[in-house]
Design a protein around this ligand. Structure first.
Ligand code: ADP
Ligand code: ASP
Ligand code: MG
Length: 405
């Protein structure tokens, strides 16, 4: 008898037929005598719909209230999934994140999991139930409802698999597995049979939304091997696991395009110690995630000044702007510019550690496509550039063709 954690994303539970389909798959595993914990997302479009309702009322709604609102999406799905299993005469019970013992910090809308005490999960499994847990949500030690960041049901599944010491963790989604690029964008992308945690982590945090990046970080930390596979067929998926020596043979494992980034530039920041520290400390305190940072020395007349640019997730742009506006009297920069029309294009692969000339080749492909490069950032296993959003998809296909095919 195995303990299996299965996670079904928004499209996989997108209507009642899909939910019945999930129940049928769970029933097959149940018939083999396995113990099953099912983590579900909100039905596709529900979370976005709830966010839109709130934003129709206020541009910057209270983050506590957003969590209260968004957590309802997953609560609908757990109950419907339990009802679908009951219809198949399978004992099943739904639990909220809090009931499943998921305790988080109090950073509303992007809370981190502190610990999990899955007492009720164990009790229900022991009494023969399939346990259905609401993804994406938890509760602070003080009993406040929190959510784990967009795509956070992946994290719920992986964290529960670690806490329950599950034998198997399966992430069911609307594609067959992890591809060399988003298959919706790059028709020639191919499915990977396996990928290392580090490559998956980079791809996820660089825009491949097939997995939430924090969930991959968690899986790496706790050694949770998981499989990404389709809820619509029985094809084998992609195994995400520790790097093996043979993985280094491939230079570029995947290409990702993040269309959800925005750039903020502070023009004319006084060129003296402590300026960047003040800006990024204030952004950090406001829980704004900052990704790429570039500072240019301007050689204009008068006192030396620099331009400081950084990228953040689009949904954080208003919050970031508010923080920066608040710093103006203290720092005395000239103006703030924002640009939401950027895309971040990245290539990822552990093989880059032992190959040279990869950046040059990528930049050459972009030059031939007439794509101008904005910011650049690199690590041992990735190269990212910001480009004009309008050229993003064509550039992604060109880079994929040059490195992968
Ligand atoms: P779920 O609702 O199941 O969590 P998501 O929509 O969050 O599903 O993620 C699945 C989607 O991720 C796919 O439909 C696909 O378009 C997109 N995607 C982006 N990059 C990749 C990639 N490299 N491999 C597979 N899918 C990808
Ligand atoms: N429903 C949440 C979202 O849309 C969480 C998830 O789907 O994983 O972000
Ligand atoms: Mg997802």
């Amino acid at each position: 008898m195995a303990l299996i954690v299965q996670k079904y994303g928004g499209t996989s539970v997108g209507n009642t037929d899909r939910i019945k389909n999930v129940a049928a798959r769970v029933a097959k595993y149940h018939a083999q005598g396995d113990q099953i914990v099912v983590v579900v997302s909100a039905m596709s479009g529900v979370t976005d719909g709830l966010i839109k309702l709130a934003k129709d009322i206020a541009l910057l709604p209270s983050e506590r209230e957003m969590d209260m609102l968004l957590a309802t999406g997953e609560q609908q799905t757990i109950a419907l999934t339990a009802i679908a299993l009951h219809a198949l005469k399978i004992p099943a019970v739904s639990l909220t994140g809090a009931q499943a013992g998921i305790v988080t910090d109090s950073v509303h809308t992007k809370a981190k999991i502190h610990n999990i005490t899955p007492r009720q999960v164990h009790e229900q499994l022991d009494s023969g139930h399939v346990v259905i847990v609401a993804g994406f949500q938890g509760e602070t030690a003080q009993g406040q409802i929190t959510t784990l960041g967009r795509g956070g049901s992946d994290l719920t599944a992986i964290a529960l698999a670690a806490a329950l010491k599950a034998d198997l963790c399966q992430i069911y989604t609307d594609v067959d597995g992890v591809y060399t690029a988003d298959p919706r964008l790059v028709p020639t992308a191919t499915k990977l049979s396996e990928i290392s945690y580090d490559e998956m982590l980079e791809l996820a945090s660089l825009g491949a939304k097939v997995m939430q990046s924090r969930s991959v970080e968690f899986a790496k930390k706790f050694g949770v091997v998981f499989e990404v596979r389709s809820s619509l067929n029985d094809n084998p998926g992609t195994l995400v696991k520790e790097e093996t020596k043979s993985m280094e043979g491939v230079v570029v494992r995947g290409v990702a395009l993040d269309k959800n980034q925005a750039k903020i530039t502070l023009v004319g920041v006084p060129d003296k110690p402590g300026m960047a520290a003040r800006v990024f400390k204030a952004l950090g305190d406001a829980t704004v995630n900052v990704d790429m940072i570039v500072q240019n020395i301007s050689h204009g007349g008068g006192a030396a000044a620099t331009d400081l640019s950084f990228t953040t997730d689009k949904p954080d742009l208003l919050k970031a702007q508010k923080v920066i506006d608040g710093l103006k009297p203290e720092i005395g920069f000239r103006e703030v510019l924002t640009d939401e029309k950027i895309g971040k294009l990245s290539i990822v692969g552990v093989g880059m550690k032992s190959h040279t000339g990869v950046a040059g080749k990528m930049f050459d492909v972009l030059a031939r496509e007439g794509v101008n490069i904005g910011m650049i950032s690199t690590s041992e296993i990735k190269i990212s550039v910001t480009i004009d959003l309008a050229l993003g998809e064509a550039a992604t296909r060109a880079v994929h063709a040059a490195f992968i095919g």
